[in-house]
Design a protein around this ligand. Structure first.
Ligand code: GAR
Length: 210
């Protein structure tokens, strides 16, 4: 089983789905730790209730981003994860941190990357009048929300949609696709090489679509 660390900042619904599937053996991962930068993150309670070790690192206790990330590395290394899973972790990681886990950090982002990197993706989709929206799972590189996309799931946007309705539908897609990508990684089918994602030895030039 692949030892993973899940990093969250809030609700933790992706973390919960991953941890539940891992607990029932549907996902060949071992959630070694759930770490949050927010002490009040609801996901911490979910993880504790599942007897998963939790850690909290508060940014306000560190003088700068570099020292926070050094502490983050140190705490994580104590759990020896082989993959870092960002699941609503709302912080930008330093190149030093990313370098320490090069090709071994995944993120889920609520847009059809490369569209709408950054925050407030649902609002921006509505403002732009896009006909479709979705979610992407990608490898994390130094470029914010810019690493190679592995899997994307699309939803149509209707005139009746609001930020909340889009968020809810995107979330359902997230819960389907993140575990899938993790399972590929756990099975050794997925890798990051030469700035690209590779699945079953084939370079992914386009994101996959389930
Ligand atoms: C998810 O929608 C995820 O895509 C998004 O945060 C939410 C976390 O939900 N991530 C980002 O916006 C990263 N920039 P969760 O805490 O319920 O898993």
């Amino acid at each position: 089983r692949l030892p993973i660390a899940i990093l969250i900042s809030g609700r933790g619904s992706n973390m919960r789905v991953i941890a539940e599937q891992a607990a029932k053996g549907a996902l060949m991962t071992d959630v070694r730790v759930v770490l949050s930068d927010q002490p009040t993150a609801a996901g911490l309670g979910i993880a504790r209730a599942m007897n998963i070790p939790t850690e909290v690192l508060e940014p306000s206790k560190f003088p700068d981003r570099a020292s926070f990330d050094r502490a983050l590395l140190e705490v994580l290394q104590g759990y020896a994860p082989e993959l870092i899973v960002l699941a609503g972790f709302m912080r930008i990681l330093t190149p030093d941190f990313i370098g320490a886990y090069a090709g071994r950090i995944l993120n889920i982002h609520p847009s059809l990357l490369p569209k709408y990197r950054g925050l407030h993706t649902h609002r921006r989709v509505l403002e732009a009048g896009d006909a479709e929206h979705g979610v992407s799972v990608h490898f994390v590189t130094e470029e914010l929300d810019g690493g190679p996309v592995i899997l994307q799931s699309r939803i149509p946007v209707t005139p009746a949609d609001t930020e909340d309705s889009l968020s809810a539908r995107v979330q359902q897609c997230e819960h389907r696709i993140y575990p899938r990508v993790l399972e590929w990684y756990a099975q050794g089918r997925l890798a990051f090489r030469d700035h690209h994602a590779w699945l079953d030895g084939k370079r992914l030039d386009e994101p996959l679509d389930p």
